[in-house]
Design a protein around this ligand. Structure first.
Ligand code: SF4
Length: 546
């Protein structure tokens, strides 16, 4: 049974399904009518930082008993004096040191620094259809908010309109769409990152992007993800499409060219066929061989002209974790995303999701340990992004602190998708003519939305802020899903500002491991973050004795 609560009376949230540590349901539906914290925050924004019905209630936290090892069992340490890492123009006066003056701006990268307004990024949104359906919302929302978005693997390979000849892409309309929508609203903050797996490498994605977009795009090499230990999968419900994917070189299961599969498909006992990606480095048998291959790939990408390259690794064991940190650092990559088990995706084998790999907090704690070992040898450590089941502002803060000073970003997959489809559902209900085109799932607004409002201006706390940013005329082209992404980002940013002000760190660069402590001894042992009443205990005793 889940230890995470399905309802939160203080915030007035209810999960549609079974919640996990992130606060999201184990199964998150694009047609969901609510109302978890992320769903409601995508409309109400920063109001969701507080208990509901102010003036008529009092509220108290039940989260004081800490069992097991999880991000939930790290607590944030506040300080009673001081103000550190003040942004330009802010003094340490009480009038200046208010939480709205906290900067959430960060940057990552080796030679070239990529600036972000918020220390978050999306997970890789690739060939899974939910990513394609709501891409405009995700990418425009990310660009307006100023955080990086990742185009996941296989986007070209599954695109029926893409033309690939002799390992070279001639046309890739879906990939173009993904990059172009972001760049249209890009204003110097955030980034568009395109991921490349085995099939993408074969198809010539790297060569295509550099020719078409130059260094506007960051290229991401992929070793894995937290949700599964095999490559990315999708399901298709057409035999013809499955055959097309097989011809494109993918592993499709069951094989659509077998007569018995075709017969079962026709009879209706098989309704979909899975498309899988290949494993990497299958012909390599040692750490040294992998390193040689990896370094060679980076040298090749640099020779093509890539100035910014990142690596994404999954929740493999400690050997692969150390390899990723060491090689990404030696290759002077710009970012390493470390994705722990517990994070979700659209289609991973469920038993695998439940049982493979290293859960996020354990993986991230070891990532810090290995990064520090490298730094202690005088080596520069690659900037890191932690991923896997992180959705709320306190989780962002704790992940940044746990991996400090190496973590610059927190990577969030499912949470940043919820506002995308929620916004499309609202837009489709308000404008039925658009519904099909934008993949809206509702005929009319449900009560969970009309309780908030019945027009975009009434529903989204940040509608006016987005309108101010892009102008009234352009606002007509902004999907409501993007407004919802912006609204959620605003809430996460405000929550982060509050936690940072309380820890007296007025810029993300100041966040250190001293800003958190462990809620139980087990978490202390696994993370190296001291138990809460041990921290400062010696100073406390000196104060008492003085
Ligand atoms: S939006 Fe997703 S996570 Fe939230 S309640 Fe609905 S199904 Fe659950």
């Amino acid at each position: 049974m889940s230890q995470w609560q399905k309802t939160n009376d203080a915030l007035g949230t209810v999960n549609r399904g079974n919640p996990c540590e992130s606060g999201l349901c184990t199964l998150c539906r694009a047609d969901c009518q609510g109302k978890c914290e992320t769903w409601l925050s995508s409309m109400k924004g920063r109001k969701m930082l507080y208990p509901r019905d102010f003036g008529w209630v009092t509220a108290g936290s039940a989260n004081t008993e800490h069992i097991g090892v999880s991000y939930n069992n790290l607590r944030v340490q506040g300080y009673v004096f001081g103000a550190n890492n003040l942004p330009n123009g802010i003094t340490n006066s009480a009038d200046d040191c208010v939480f709205p003056n906290v900067s959430t701006e960060t940057e990552f990268g080796g030679k070239i620094k990529t600036k972000c307004r918020l220390p978050i990024m999306t997970g890789a949104l690739g060939s899974t259809f939910i990513a394609a359906r709501y891409w405009d919302s995700f990418s425009i929302g990310a660009a307006l908010s100023g955080f990086p978005i990742v185009v996941g693997e296989n986007v070209v390979g599954v695109d029926k309109k893409a033309v690939i000849e002799n390992g070279r892409i001639k046309k890739a309309p879906e990939l173009d769409r993904r990059v172009d929508t972001f760049l249209r609203y890009y204003d110097g903050y955030g980034a568009i990152i395109v991921q490349m797996n085995v099939e993408d490498t074969r198809n010539g994605v790297a060569e295509y992007i550099i020719e078409k977009y130059g260094d506007k795009v960051i290229l991401e090499l992929k070793w894995g993800q937290g949700a599964k230990v095999i490559g990315g999968e999708i399901q298709v419900d057409s035999l013809e499409y499955a055959k097309f994917l097989k011809d494109r070189g993918y592993v499709v299961d069951p094989d659509p060219t077998l007569p018995e599969v075709a017969a079962a498909f026709k009879a209706g006992s098989i309704t979909s066929i899975a498309r899988h990606s290949r494993l990497g480095y299958t012909n390599r048998n040692s750490i040294d061989e992998v390193k040689k291959d990896f370094m060679g790939a980076v040298v090749y990408l640099r020779s093509l002209g890539y100035k910014r390259i990142s690596l994404k690794t999954g929740s493999y064991g400690m050997e692969a974790l150390a390899m990723s940190i060491k090689y990404a650092s030696e290759a002077k990559l710009d970012l390493l995303t470390i994705d722990g088990s517990g994070g979700g995706t659209g289609m991973s084998p469920w038993g695998m999701m439940e049982s493979w790999g290293v859960p996020s907090i354990h993986l991230h704690a070891k990532a810090y340990e290995y990064a520090k070992l490298l730094a202690d040898q005088g080596k520069k450590v690659v900037d890191m992004s932690f991923a896997g089941g992180l959705a709320k502002e306190d989780q962002i803060f704790k992940a940044l602190a746990l991996g400090a000073p190496y973590t610059k970003l927190v990577c969030m997959g499912r949470p940043l998708m919820i506002p995308g489809y929620l916004g499309a559902n609202i837009e489709g209900a308000l404008d039925p003519k658009k519904r099909k085109e934008i993949n809206g799932n509702w005929d009319k607004l449900p009560k969970t939305v009309t309780d908030i409002g019945s027009t975009p201006e009434e529903i989204f706390a940040c509608y006016s802020a987005v309108e101010k940013k892009v102008g009234k005329k352009e606002m007509k082209d902004i999907p409501l899903g993007a407004v919802a992404v912006y609204t959620l980002g605003d809430k996460l940013g405000a929550g982060l500002q509050q936690l940072m002000a309380g820890t007296r760190k007025f810029s993300p660069v100041g966040i250190s491991r001293k800003e958190i402590f462990s809620g139980n001894r087990e978490t202390e042992k696994e993370t190296g973050i001291p138990f809460m009443t041990d921290v400062g205990d010696d100073i406390a005793k000196q104060i008492i004795k003085a």
